[in-house]
Design a binder for this molecule. Structure first.
Ligand code: DGJ
Length: 589
C-alpha cells in the first residue's frame, strides 16, 4: 500500500532533523525493533538507525591495548557501529566470577569515537565448535557433555569433534547465567546511553562432521516423539511454512505426531561417514541457490535445529530478562562445496529450518545470514520470508551488495567481517557508507514502502526498467564512466579519459532510488544512466528540471554541485556519480 504524501511529509520532518549517529541524546526506551510497512528497523532513542558496521576479528577485543589503533580506522571508514566479540572464557574465568573490564573498555572507546556496538556472545558455540567456553567448562566433560558422532564416537574420518551437546541442562544453565550477567551489566552501564544496540547470541551453531548428535541423551530424544509444541506450531502455520520445509513434512503425509523419523523421514545411518568437502551429495549435484537437500536426512537437521533453538531460547530469555534489547543468531550458510549436512553446521538457522527456529525460539528477533556467497540477492530473499528481518552481520565489502541490501531488502545493517585485520574496509565501501550515513534519514523514512528500491547492474546487462513513483526509470549500465560518454551529445570525457576509465576492471553498478514527491527523487549510487518515462496521464516528454548533487549537514540539504550543462549533457542525460543526487523533473508536450 502506498503511504500518503502527508504521512511522508511528517516522517521526513522528524527524520531529516536528526543526525543519524549522534549519541548526545539518551532516551528512556532501550534499542528495539519496529515495523514500518514490510521493513523492520532498529530504533535508537526514538529514531530509526541504519547500522553501517564492520565485524572485528574474533579476539580483537580481548586486549583493549591492541584495539587502540583500530578505532580511528573504523571512524575513517565511515562506520557508525562495530560488531565486537565477548569471549565467555575471558568474561567468566572462574565460575560465578565475572570480568567486566573488556566490555566496559570497548563501550568507553566506542562512545569516544561516536560508534555504536553490537556484541557477539561467544558462549557455548562458535562455528559449530566449542572453543570459547572457559577452562572450567572445557575440562569438565561429565558436567558439560559433548556430542558424539558416528556410532557413539567423538572422532570421524575427518577428525575429532569438540562440541558441547545441546542436550544438557547444566550446560544451558551455565551459558544462560553468564549471558544474563553480561546483559545485566550492559544495562547498568548503558541502559541510559544506548551505545550497545543489539546482541548476537553464539556464532554459527550446528553439528559438524555428522548430521546430528548421537550421544545417549540425543539418541533417546531422537527416538522419542516430536514435541507437541512443535507439532502444534506446524499445524497452526501450515499454510505459511517455508516451502522447502513444508515439502519435507508433506512427503511424509503431514503427520500430526510420531517420532522424528516418522514425521520427517529417515535420518542418516550412523555408520555412513560424511565426505569432507564435495559438490555432489548422495542424491547428486545440488542447486544450493534455490533448494535444500531434497529429503536428505531432513529429520536430523530438523531435530538439531529444534534442540539448538530450545537451548538458545533459554539463554536469550535469561539475557532479555536482565536487559531487553534485540537479539539475533547467525547462520553459516551451505557453501557450494558443502553438499552434506555436517560439512556446514547442521541445525543452525539456515532458511530451510527457519520455521523450526521460530517455533523453538520465539524470543530470538532475527535469523541472520553470514553472507559471503555470490548469489547474494537470493539469500536475502530466503532470509526475508515470513517477515524475518534482515541483518547481515558478516559479509564481504562489495558496495553493490550494500545498496541492494538497504534499498531492496530493507536490511537493518550491513557488516563486513575482519575489518581490524586482513580485510580492512576499502575506500569504495567507505565512500558508500559515508553517502548512506548522510541519506539514512530519508532511506529510513521510506524503507518498507513502495517508494524505495535498489538495483545492481553488470557490464553486458540489458537496460532495466524500474517503476517508481510517477515514472518508470530506465537504467543503463555505464560502469566507471560516471560522467557522460564522449559519443553522447556534449560529453565531458575525452576519448582518452573514457578509454582510461574502461581499462580498469568492470565495475558493478548499484544504486538506491527513492521517490520523495510527485516529480522528485533522491538517488545514491554509481555506474548507471537513468532515463524517465511518465506512467501517469499528461505530457509524455520528461525534462531534468533541477538536478543537485549534495549532502545533508545537520539534517539540512546542502548543494555541493548544480548539475547542468556538460554535467548532464545539456539536460539530456542523467548519470549516477557516486554521490547523492536530488532530481526534480518536469513534463512537456
Ligand atoms: C565466519 C565466522 O562466523 C567468523 O567468526 C570467522 O570465523 C569468519 N567466518 C572467518 O572468515
Amino acid at each position: 500500500m502506498r503511504m500518503s504524501r502527508m504521512f511522508f511529509f511528517g516522517l521526513m520532518l522528524c527524520a531529516v532533523g536528526v543526525i543519524a549517529n549522534s549519541q548526545t541524546q539518551s532516551g528512556a526506551d532501550a534499542p528495539h525493533l519496529q515495523k514500518q510497512g514490510n521493513a523492520t528497523q532498529m530504533v535508537v532513542d526514538g529514531k530509526p538507525f541504519l547500522i553501517l558496521s564492520g565485524e572485528l576479528t574474533n579476539n580483537a577485543a580481548t586486549s583493549l591495548e591492541s584495539l587502540e589503533p583500530i578505532w580511528p580506522k573504523l571512524v575513517a571508514a565511515n562506520l557508525n557501529a562495530v560488531i565486537v566479540g565477548v569471549s565467555w572464557a575471558q568474561f567468566e574465568p572462574e565460575e560465578g566470577k565475572f570480568n567486566y573490564s573488556q566490555v566496559d573498555g570497548v563501550i568507553a572507546k566506542a562512545r569516544e569515537n561516536n560508534l555504536r556496538i553490537v556484541f557477539i556472545w561467544f558462549g557455548c558455540w562458535k562455528n559449530g565448535t566449542s572453543s570459547f567456553p572457559p577452562y572450567w567448562v572445557k575440562k569438565d566433560y561429565e558436567r558439560f557433555p559433548r556430542i558424539q558422532i558416528g556410532e557413539g564416537k567423538t572422532v570421524s574420518s575427518s577428525g575429532p569433534v569438540e562440541l558441547l551437546s545441546t542436550l544438557s541442562d547444566a550446560t544451558r544453565d551455565a551459558d544462560a547465567r553468564a549471558f544474563a550477567a553480561l546483559m545485566s551489566h550492559i544495562k547498568e552501564v548503558d541502559g541510559a546511553q544506548h551505545t550497545v544496540l543489539m546482541m548476537q547470541v553464539e556464532n554459527e551453531v550446528g553439528v559438524l562432521r555428522d548430521t546430528r548428535d548421537r550421544s545417549p541423551a540425543a539418541n533417546r530424544a531422537f527416538a522419542g516423539p516430536v514435541p507437541a509444541e512443535l507439532m502444534k506450531y506446524l499445524e497452526s502455520h501450515k499454510e505459511s511454512l517455508i516451502p522447502e520445509f513444508r515439502q519435507v513434512w508433506a512427503a511424509n503425509g503431514y503427520k500430526k505426531s510420531g517420532t522424528w523419523e516418522e514425521v520427517f523421514g529417515p535420518g542418516k545411518p550412523a555408520t555412513l561417514e560424511i565426505p569432507i568437502q564435495t559438490t555432489v551429495s548422495i542424491l547428486g549435484p545440488l542447486d544450493h541457490e534455490n533448494s535444500w537437500q531434497k529429503l536428505h536426512w531432513a529429520s536430523d537437521e530438523i531435530f538439531m535445529a529444534w534442540n539448538y533453538a530450545r537451548f538458545l531460547e533459554d539463554v536469550v530469555k535469561a539475557g532479555k530478562d536482565a536487559y531487553n534489547i534485540p537479539m539475533y543468531v547467525n547462520a553459516w550458510l551451505q557453501q557450494p562445496n558443502h553438499a552434506w549436512p555436517g560439512t556446514y553446521p547442521c541445525g543452525g538457522p539456515l532458511p530451510q529450518v527457519h520455521d523450526i527456529w521460530r517455533a523453538g525460539a520465539p524470543d530470538i528477533d532475527i535469523l541472520a545470514p553470514d553472507l559471503y556467497l555470490e548469489y547474494f540477492d537470493s539469500v536475502c530473499e530466503r532470509f526475508t520470508r515470513n517477515g524475518n528481518p534482515l541483518f547481515i552481520p558478516e559479509t564481504s565489502t562489495n558496495p553493490a551488495n550494500l545498496m541492494v541490501a538497504v534499498g531492496k531488502y530493507n536490511t537493518i545493517g550491513f557488516s563486513p567481517f575482519g575489518v581490524d585485520g586482513g580485510r580492512p574496509i576499502p575506500v569504495e565501501l567507505a565512500t558508500a557508507y559515508g553517502l548512506l550515513n548522510q541519506l539514512s534519514p530519508i532511506i529510513l523514512a521510506h524503507q518498507g514502502t513502495d517508494t524505495i528500491t535498489a538495483a545492481r547492474m553488470n557490464q553486458g546487462d540489458q537496460p532495466k526498467q524500474v517503476k517508481l513513483g510517477n515514472y518508470t526509470l530506465t537504467l543503463t549500465y555505464i560502469g566507471r564512466n560516471t560522467h557522460i560518454p564522449p559519443q553522447a551529445k556534449g560529453g565531458v570525457e575525452t576519448p582518452a579519459q573514457f578509454a582510461a576509465a574502461n581499462a580498469e576492471p568492470p565495475l558493478e553498478a548499484a544504486a538506491i532510488f527513492i521517490s520523495t514527491g510527485p516529480d522528485e527523487y533522491y538517488f545514491v549510487g554509481r555506474g548507471m544512466r537513468v532515463d524517465f518515462t511518465p506512467n501517469t496521464p499528461g505530457p509524455q516528454n520528461v525534462g531534468l528540471g533541477d538536478v543537485q548533487e549534495g549532502k545533508f549537514v545537520d539534517g539540512k540539504w546542502v548543494v555541493t554541485r548544480q548539475i547542468e550543462g556538460d554535467d548532464d549533457a545539456q539536460g539530456e542525460i542523467l548519470t549516477l556519480r557516486n554521490s547523492i543526487l536530488r532530481v526534480k523533473l518536469y513534463r512537456f508536450p
